[in-house]
Write a protein that binds this ligand. Structure first.
Ligand code: FAD
Length: 542
């Protein structure tokens, strides 16, 4: 009994205090992120590789550089890899975002089986100090700073939308760069459709004609592959799903405008192919405007003016300024170019590089003026187009260089360009020999359009587009999900659930309650009506 008392009164508190102290000291020791960077001993041979980004370039680099003797850390605010070519489809519900987003953990774990260690830190890199070989990153807006030292650094942070300083774009436009942009656009389209449907069905005469027209007008700025693919998806959505679910009176009122400042759309493609795409879009009712520039964007309006070339005379510029037209729009999507991320601009300025649109690199993709720092993908000024194809090849090249400890010049192998035009149509410009008398290109009907260039149009190109992007997905689970999405939207229509974002409160609740079967707002309306009726009853009793 005496021993038990002694144990309870003296030994137990002492043991508890010791455990607490041990726990406190362990957590104090660990607060310098040693979990990610185990302290290295003097004779440690491990090379610390830090990769900034979780996109095309970063993941290709990770997969190749993961090897014995490398301790790899991937730093990115985005915990998934985003399959950008599928973004246009997800913004109209042809597919779900689940198919386009690959969780990073599994990919990093797989790299860890080949490297000494591999881990992921969900953080935003804020600055790079090439002198001390340190990256400063933050995990939140509260200012928690991580100092990550490296032996080799790979900057693969991509780029961000470029608004070219046009007033109102950053505040009022929608973008198509990240998964949340696509969800936001999907939500906006569905919300505008609901509002328009309510106004059409529950108001009399032409009282809200202008508002309905505004809600159903979508302007896509940028006639590159992203803008064209989005306009095509929107036209398909309007012609099929909107017609089925909301009726022809709404579907016929949808106006899609594709705006391009250059004389033609799809600059990376041969003119004849770009023309096929243009004709196809026009046949689907898209208003394709070339030589047209956006000069201002407000909440509900967009200002257009004739685009002037860089060498235009002051008179021509002055004339363009007075030829402006202001149009109302329900959604404006900005897909008109990319610019450098703040981290890239900061480092380029620090290194006194003249052009801060990206990081200038040498032929081995090393950042000029830095030791042991590489820049790849859209973050680099390497002389190649900002495409996933370039980013992935550069990532592989740098991954191998790090793995083997040998730098070598990067050589890009272009395999072709594809652009999906919806409705089982696409265009493809492929690299293929036109010399041999018989080859596979002839077999699939790809005509020669120049030396070593082949063109494929229509359904064969669409099949190629789908097969290629399907096989290039990073996991079987994503392939399964994409296959399910495509099959589902083919046979039972696109997804029209509004993504769960913060709902816009309506100022006119009485307009809700359309006769749509799948209208998520019906429940809300019924409840709203119930409370209104209850209030009235109470009024009568009083
Ligand atoms: C809608 C759309 C469709 C496209 N379709 C095609 C196509 O069909 N074919 C094609 O070849 N190209 C296509 N592209 C272009 C292609 O997606 C890009 O060229 C490619 O993504 C560039 O790869 P990246 O790795 O350099 O950048 P990204 O893939 O953009 O990845 C950048 C990564 O860096 C992370 N990051 C950002 N800031 C920081 C920071 N401060 N610290 C750490 N990490 C950071 C991001 O979260 C992201 O994970 C398309 C682009 C878009 C937007």
């Amino acid at each position: 009994m005496g021993i038990l008392n002694f144990t309870l009164k003296r030994v137990a508190p002492a043991a508890a205090a010791t455990s607490l102290a041990t726990w406190a000291s362990i957590t104090t020791i660990n607060d310098d992120w040693d979990d990610y960077f185990p302290p290295q001993t003097e004779d440690s041979k491990e090379e610390r590789i830090v990769i900034l980004g979780s996109g095309w370039a970063a993941l290709s680099a990770l997969r190749k550089c993961a090897s014995p003797g490398k301790s790899v850390v991937v730093v990115s605010p985005r915990p998934h890899f985003l399959y950008t070519p599928l973004l246009a489809s997800s913004s109209v519900g042809t597919i779900t975002l689940r198919s386009a987003c690959e969780p990073l953990r599994a990919l990093v774990d797989s790299a860890a089986t080949k490297a000494s260690s591999a881990s992921f830190v969900r953080a935003d890199a804020r600055s790079v100090d090439p002198e001390s070989q340190t990256v400063i990153a933050t995990t939140d807006s509260a200012g928690t700073m991580l100092h990550l030292t490296y032996d080799k650094l790979v900057i693969a942070v991509g780029a961000q939308p470029n608004t070219f300083g046009i007033p109102g774009v950053s505040e009022n436009a929608l973008f198509l760069k990240e998964a949340q942009d696509s969800a936001k656009l999907h939500a906006k389209l569905l919300s505008n459709l609901e509002k328009a449907a309510a106004l059409i069905r529950h108001t009399k005469g032409d009282q809200y004609k202008d508002e309905i027209e505004r809600l159903l007008k979508i302007v896509v700025v940028g006639g590159g592959p992203t803008g064209v693919e989005l306009a095509a998806e929107l036209a398909d959505f309007a012609g099929n799903d909107v017609a089925t679910l909301y009726g022809n009176d709404i579907s016929n009122k949808i106006k899609i405008v594709l705006v391009e400042a250059m004389p033609r759309i799809l600059a990376p493609f041969e003119e004849s192919l770009a023309d096929v795409a243009r004709q196809h879009l026009i046949s689907k009712g898209v208003d394709v405007r070339t030589n047209c520039a956006v000069t201002n964007v407000d909440q509900n309006t967009v200002t257009f003016s004739p685009a002037t070339p860089k060498n235009a005379t002051p008179e021509e510029k002055a004339l363009a300024k007075i030829q402006i037209s202001v149009e109302e729009t329900g959604a404006l999507v900005w897909a008109a170019g990319i610019g450098a991320r703040p981290l890239v601009k900061k480092l380029a300025t620090k290194l006194k590089q003249q052009d801060t649109r990206g990081l200038k690199v040498d032929e081995n993709l090393r950042v000029k003026g830095c030791n042991n720092v590489y820049a790849i993908g859209d973050a680099a000024l390497s002389g190649y187009a900002p495409t996933a194809q370039v980013a992935a090849q550069q990532g592989k090249h740098i991954g191998r260089a790090i793995r083997d400890g040998v730098d070598s010049p990067f050589v890009y192998h272009h395999t072709g360009s594809l652009c999906c035009l919806g409705s089982d149509n696409a265009i493809a410009q492929l690299v293929g020999s036109s010399q041999s008398t018989f080859n596979v290109w002839d077999l699939i009907g790809a005509d020669a359009i120049g030396p070593d260039q082949r063109a494929l149009i229509g359904t064969p190109a669409f099949v190629l587009w789908r097969s290629l992007y399907f096989t290039k997905l990073l996991s079987t689970s994503s392939r399964f999900s994409l296959f399910t999405d495509w099959t589902r939207s083919k046979f039972s229509g696109r997804y029209v659930q509004e993504p769960v974002l913060q709902r816009q409160p309506t100022l006119i609740p009485e307009f809700y309650g359309t006769d749509l079967k799948r209208n998520s707002t019906i429940k809300f309306v019924k409840e709203e009506l119930k409370t209104q009726v209850a209030k009235k009853k109470r009024f009568w009793i009083v």
